[in-house]
Design a protein around this ligand. Structure first.
Ligand SMILES: Nc1ncnc2c1ncn2[C@@H]1O[C@H](COP(=O)(O)OP(=O)(O)OP(=O)(O)O)[C@@H](O)[C@H]1O
Ligand SMILES: [Mg+2]
Length: 836
């Protein structure tokens, strides 16, 4: 496995999906899928012209017509419809346009299959009769126009009907007549750039429109389509197509996996509003919608509904302390219920008993564990149309991928056992360093099969799509020097572990080392994340801290905190920008709070203990440009996903997690629509320590994947549990003299003057690409390496090679200004930076 990264499953799938979309789009434009039962007066054009005639229609026939000719085998030009009312016959084309008419129809008895007659200037042949009141699909077999007709138009149309009804037997009758246009909705007529949603294929109409109601164009209301960005228009179409199962696959689920901040909420709201009021057959597709979100986001959804629909169109029912889920059933006030996962579990019976037609699960990665209680309850909801939203649905874990897909579209990948046997095992085997050629090619085959099977249900766009819509984003990885006090305490902690070589204590040791990196004084403070029974370690470290520091706490004892301190001063007094400080440790947030108090900075705090009601007001307060709150302290675990914190234009990720998804979630909070300023995101690491090693593991995905998949450790959020003694030693080894372990492990030989190494790599890779064999994954790699490195890269390790590299000594005034740091930022030993 090592050396070959397990390419992001989702990205592969999306590539495959995009290819399919292109094919699908081109098929759509070639085939024009609209087939309408030609009800009298049922088409746009004929309505006005024939209103009198339409009311007295007695018989309607499918026909072909052309110029009159004496030949036995005539050349028919078009398909059409003949409407006979009393003694009057009107010939129309398939769009309903009147072609000609005659006043005397003669003997109606003769009007049967194959009968030819003249209607004005045209010669007409009857194909079959459309019986009013009967299902359009149950009438007698019609003549296949291509059997009788040489006209290319007719042939083309007929074959397109046949192509689309492949699941209907060849001999089935299709009394529907193809038309090039369905009825346009009012919006489409008046809107400059209407968003008309895709149409169902014939098979769908067969199943869902037995009474042959006319097809109408489903069009997103102008007040919404006008605000949707291009990727969001595509997203709404995608969701509509999938939940309505327009392709008639008997699967009604979808995963919208757009990266954070791309407006998944608005896309869903546009979809919901449209489905509640329209449908391809003139009836609304849904009546009730259930939206389930993390508790911190229910108000956000409520606000987004208000923002996009206004107050008069529709207000969702938002379950909170005032509005009980149980009351929803009787209130009938809204077709939309918004509830948190936690409340859903409590009010489960009420929810199960209410008939919902569409389920939306925000932050859908909550459902990645198929063995959890939540998963079990959610799968018990009897709602077939399901949408999962997630900016970080998974990194590489195929089993999680199985569960998310199985939730959206039950059974789409078979059972878990089948999935493991057919996909997971061969794919993983093919990636092991000792895999045989046969294993390799089987793995590639299976990964491409998996991609194909799920591609149609997943849509993922990266933040590149909005790069042009937003201000710039600069991401900077700052490796800070440990202070002498941090170094001493760190070394003593590692020695303690070494002396015991006790594998049992490695979790606590990792935890303690991470605390020391944040601030050495934190070791004497107990916290919830500590393992029980580790009192020895704690009292040992407390003693060490006391002896090294005399119990005096100061900012200058931590390299990272020094940097944060100088950044805060700079922002407060010079740049006047707000900032979000993110940490995984509540103790560290406490530390920031003390610092803010000392410095007189007004700050707000959002962590696990903040109750749901307060969360919304904290976010609103912080985002309010008039508020003086300059710092927001955010717990990465409690508050990362889904929040919009656009009040700030700076964010510091003070410590990192084993799971890169959580980091990415936290970092995505400020670079979003509505952000008025260029954004700076800083990731802080302490040089040569466990922080750099965790980060290094995070970015070399292959390694992480191996651990995660094989050992199923994602839930512990700590990979040390299954590491060998050697690996643990390596993890804990402190390298006090290194400028950056991450940089060294990239094997980058740059001189740290701001070079972007990938430029050098490009040439080498092009050569490599020429040499490598074409296979599914290789194709993917080619598309994402040299050209767009830094954006859609094959892994984050590679990504760092496309950032500028700076040694701490080379951080002159100009460079510091570029990354938005004050001239006082002295503790940086190495820096990686890039801008989007
Ligand atoms: N077309 C748009 N025009 C203006 N603002 C928009 C548009 N689309 C979305 N927004 C705003 O962008 C912000 C981010 O949107 P949203 O919260 O839906 O992102 P998301 O994709 O759900 O991200 P996450 O995965 O982080 O939850 C919201 O404030 C939203 O109102
Ligand atoms: Mg969201």
């Amino acid at each position: 496995m090592a050396g070959k990264d397990l390419t992001n499953v989702l990205d592969i799938l999306n590539e495959a999906y995009l290819d399919q979309e292109e094919q699908f789009d081109s098929t759509l434009s070639k085939e024009n899928h609209n087939y309408v039962y030609p009800e009298p007066g049922g088409t746009e054009v004929s309505e006005a012209q024939n209103s009198n005639h339409a009311t007295s229609v007695t018989r309607i026939f499918n026909v072909v017509y052309g110029k009159p000719s004496a030949k036995k085998h005539k050349s028919w030009e078009q398909d059409g419809v003949l409407e006979i009312s009393g003694t009057m016959a009107i010939l129309k084309d398939t769009l309903g346009k009147v072609i000609d008419s005659k006043v005397k129809v003669g003997d109606l008895e003769k009007y049967d299959t194959g009968y030819e007659t003249h209607v004005g200037s045209k010669c007409v042949q009857i194909l079959d009769e459309i019986k009013p009141g009967t299902s359009s699909l149950q009438s007698s077999p019609r003549l296949n126009a291509s059997d009788n007709v040489q006209s290319s138009t007719v042939n083309a149309q007929t074959s397109s009907v046949n192509a689309q009804t492949s699941s209907v037997s060849a001999s089935s009758s299709l009394p529907w007549r193809p038309v090039k246009k369905s009825r346009l909705s009012l919006h489409a007529k008046t809107e400059v750039n209407p968003l008309i949603l895709p149409k169902p294929i014939v098979d769908h109409q067969w199943k869902h429109n037995p009474s042959g109601k006319p097809l109408v164009d489903v069009t997103v209301d102008g007040f919404l389509s006008r605000v949707l960005k291009p990727h969001q228009r595509q997203g709404v179409s995608f969701l509509y197509e999938r939940v309505c199962d327009l392709a008639s696959l008997d699967l009604e689920g979808a995963i919208l996996a757009d990266e954070m901040g791309l407006g998944k909420t608005l896309q869903c709201i546009a979809l919901i509003w449209t489905l509640l009021r329209q449908g391809p057959y003139g009836m609304p597709v849904i009546r009730k919608v259930l939206i389930v979100t993390p508790s911190s986001l229910t108000s956000n959804w409520n606000d987004e509904f208000k923002k996009w629909l206004g107050l008069t169109r529709m207000c969702p029912y938002h379950v909170n302390q005032k509005n009980k889920a149980e009351d929803y059933v009787y209130s009938r006030v809204s077709p939309v219920l918004i509830i948190s996962y936690e409340m859903l579990i409590r009010a489960y019976q009420t929810i199960v008993d209410t008939e919902f037609d569409l389920l939306i699960c925000d932050e859908g990665h909550r459902l990645k564990n198929g063995k959890s209680k939540l998963y079990e309850l959610m799968t018990g909801l009897n709602i077939r149309k399901r949408i999962l939203l997630s900016g970080t649905p998974l990194q590489n874990d195929l089993q999680e991928f199985f569960y998310l897909n199985d939730f959206a579209n039950p059974g789409v990948l078979g059972s878990l056992r089948e999935f493991r046997k057919n996909f997971e095992e061969p794919i993983l085997e093919s990636r092991s360093p000792n895999s045989t050629e046969a294993q390799k090619s089987l793995g590639e085959l299976r990964s491409s099969q998996l991609a194909k099977r799920t591609a149609g249900f997943i849509l993922r766009r990266t933040s590149d799509v909005q790069a042009s819509l937003l201000n710039s984003k600069r991401e900077t990885l700052l490796v800070c020097r440990a202070t002498p006090l941090q170094q001493s305490l760190y070394l003593r902690c590692v020695e303690y572990w070494d002396a015991r070589a006790s594998r049992d204590s490695h979790l606590s040791v990792t935890h303690a080392l991470r605390k020391i990196c944040n601030h050495p004084g934190l070791v004497q403070q107990p916290d919830m994340m500590e393992e029980e029974g580790q009192d020895d370690l704690k009292s040992f470290l407390s003693q060490q801290w006391s002896s090294l520091s005399d119990n005096v706490f100061s900012t200058a004892q931590s390299g990272k905190l020094l940097l944060v301190d100088s950044l805060l001063r700079y922002l407060k007094h010079k740049a006047q920008e707000k900032i979000v400080l993110v940490s995984y440790f509540t103790l560290t947030l406490d530390l920031f709070e003390v610092l803010c108090k000392e410095m007189n900075y007004a700050c707000l705090r959002l962590d696990g203990s903040t109750n749901v009601q307060n969360r919304k007001s904290i976010v609103d307060q912080f985002n309010d440009p008039k508020s003086s709150n300059f710092v927001l302290l955010l717990s990465a675990r409690a508050g990362g996903a889904g929040l919009n914190l656009i009040g700030a234009s700076r964010l510091v990720l003070y410590d990192s997690d084993w799971n890169p998804a959580t980091d990415l979630q936290a970092m995505a909070r400020i670079w979003r629509h509505g952000q008025q300023k260029p954004v700076h995101i800083y990731i802080l690491l302490t040089a040569g320590t466990v922080e750099e090693k965790i980060f290094q593991r995070q970015i070399s995905k292959a390694d992480l994947t191996q651990c995660v998949i094989e050992n199923d450790l994602m839930q512990t959020n700590d990979l040390t549990a299954k590491m060998s003694l050697e690996e643990l030693k390596d993890l804990f080894t402190f390298e006090p003299y290194t400028e950056s372990f991450v940089h060294t492990s990239l094997q980058c030989d740059c001189d740290g003057t701001g070079e972007i190494p990938v430029l050098k790599l490009e040439e080498e890779e092009e050569q490599e690409e020429e040499d490598s064999e074409e296979c599914f994954l290789e194709v993917f790699k080619k598309r994402t390496t040299a050209k767009d490195a830094g954006n859609r890269t094959k892994n984050r390790q590679h990504m760092l090679m496309s950032w500028a590299h700076y040694h701490g000594d080379n951080l002159n005034e100009e460079v510091l200004e570029m990354v938005g740091l004050p001239q006082t930022a002295h503790t940086i030993s190495f820096m990686f930076t890039h801008t989007t």
